[in-house]
Design a protein around this ligand. Structure first.
Ligand code: GLU
Length: 417
């Protein structure tokens, strides 16, 4: 049967509906949460290197700001569309509330293929995007950050453009910046680090020794490569990794340090001599203890969930598992670290970055990593409390924690009466 849950926006709505019903909070909470408060679609014209003008479509969505200004990344990818951005913004609301950050959820992006653009073109496109949305973002309004195919350099151009428009340095506008202009120690590795932290914690609870586990990682970007590197450092055997062009497999384990060096020189994973090529689909179905899907949404669906052999799926990507696949994994006894917890290390350290920008006082990497662990441990404990109270999956438990907090804020602000 075809998977009916591939549209992430419908999925996000359904998840809020279930949470509101389970908690028994006011139905008005769902009426407000089921769509973003504000959704912007903008034309982004920019000059190509040959002097011609091209226009891409940009998006920025602010889902809910009951708990504070909206927060969430900017994605540059050809599949970016309004429904996807809305879903990603809703997932940010859940993530921020679960982690007890004083933020609502936001998200944005540009439908484009960065591989077709030069560095100069990416800079001009990034600056034009900020011009297009400058009125609706701001350090106390809506704070962007990196996501798929965006990075600290792009954040630097964006904060520079915004600062020029405002006529003052506004580092608190955006997080994930380079260190020298108000970035935070530990931000680049935060998502991968948090993913390993949460997954290792769950493994220990299940009696699995993380340092002896066999791991496959889908996606070798900012999340997957760091998760693979830290897992390798902790003694785990990373048997497979992949990027969008395909993967590598070595049942005896891949030396991630060596592979990172290979990638730095060759710019991609393909051709690495100490592993066999494997495709992304095969990687997901390998006999491993832990699987980290750290690429894009809809990777584990009703088509392949039956074939997953991992005992734990640690979601580094946003939305990699569809609800139907979730049910299949649950029935098979596979535990899932849900995305809203698994990849929350990124936005948590983004919050620390923003606090440092607002106070102009900067913390050490050690302090950052310590605080990250304490925020994530607290979120895990809150999620487990809901898990015990309602007997639902960890994902549903995470939604219950988040929805209760957002509903409480909306109630006290007078939105629900
Ligand atoms: N894009 C990341 C996410 O999906 C980070 C967002 C942020 O730091 O604001 O969580």
């Amino acid at each position: 049967m075809a998977d009916t849950s591939l549209n992430p926006y419908l999925r996000a709505q359904q998840a809020f509906k279930e949470a509101v019903d389970t908690l028994g909070v006011e139905p008005a909470a769902y009426e407000i949460l089921k769509q973003p408060l504000r959704s912007f679609e903008v034309a982004v014209p920019f000059v190509r290197d040959d002097g011609s003008v091209q226009v891409f479509t940009g998006y920025r969505v602010q889902h809910n700001d009951a708990l504070g200004p909206t927060k969430g990344g900017l994605r540059f990818h050809s599949d970016v569309n309004m429904d996807e951005v809305k879903a990603l913004a809703m997932w940010m609301s859940v993530k921020c509330a679960l982690l007890n950050l004083p933020y609502g959820g936001g998200k944005g992006g540009i439908a484009c293929d960065v591989d077709q653009l030069s560095e100069r073109e990416i800079e001009r496109l990034s600056r034009e995007y900020i011009r297009a949305v400058s009125l609706v973002i701001g350090p106390d309004k809506d704070i962007p950050a990196p996501d798929v195919s965006t990075n600290p350099q792009i954040m630097a151009w964006m904060v520079d453009e915004y600062s020029r428009i405002r006529g003052e340095n506004t580092f608190g506008l955006i997080t994930g910046k380079p260190l020298v202009i108000g970035g935070s120690a530990g931000r680049v590795a935060a998502t991968g680090r948090g993913l390993v932290f949460a997954t290792r914690q769950l493994a220990t609870e299940l009696g699995i020794d993380f340092s002896k586990s066999r791991i496959a990682v889908q996606g070798f970007g900012n999340v997957g490569s760091v998760a693979a590197e830290i897992s390798h450092q902790l003694g785990a055997t990373v048997v497979a990794v992949s990027d969008k062009d395909g993967g590598l497999y070595n049942p005896a384990g891949i030396n991630i340090q060596d592979l990172l060096e290979y990638k730095r020189v060759n710019r991609n994973l393909q051709g690495y001599p100490h592993a066999e090529p494997i495709d992304n689909k095969e990687l997901l179905e390998l006999p491993v203890d832990i699987l980290f899907p750290a690429a894009l949404e809809n990777q584990i669906t009703s088509d392949n969930a039956h074939n997953i052999q991992a005992r734990i799926v640690g979601e580094g990507a946003n939305g990699p598992t569809t609800p139907e696949a979730d049910r299949i994994l649950f029935d098979k006894g596979v535990m899932v670290v849900p995305d809203v917890l698994g990849n929350s290390g990124g936005v948590t350290v983004s919050y620390f970055e923003w606090v440092q920008n607002q106070t102009r006082f900067y913390w050490s990497e050690e302090e950052i990593n310590q605080r990250l662990e304490s925020y994530m441990s607290r979120a895990m404990a809150d999620m487990h409390t809901m898990h015990e109270r309602f007997g639902v999956t960890l994902r549903k438990s995470a939604y219950l924690v988040a929805t209760e907090r957002i509903a409480q804020a909306m109630r006290i602000r007078g939105w629900l009466r």
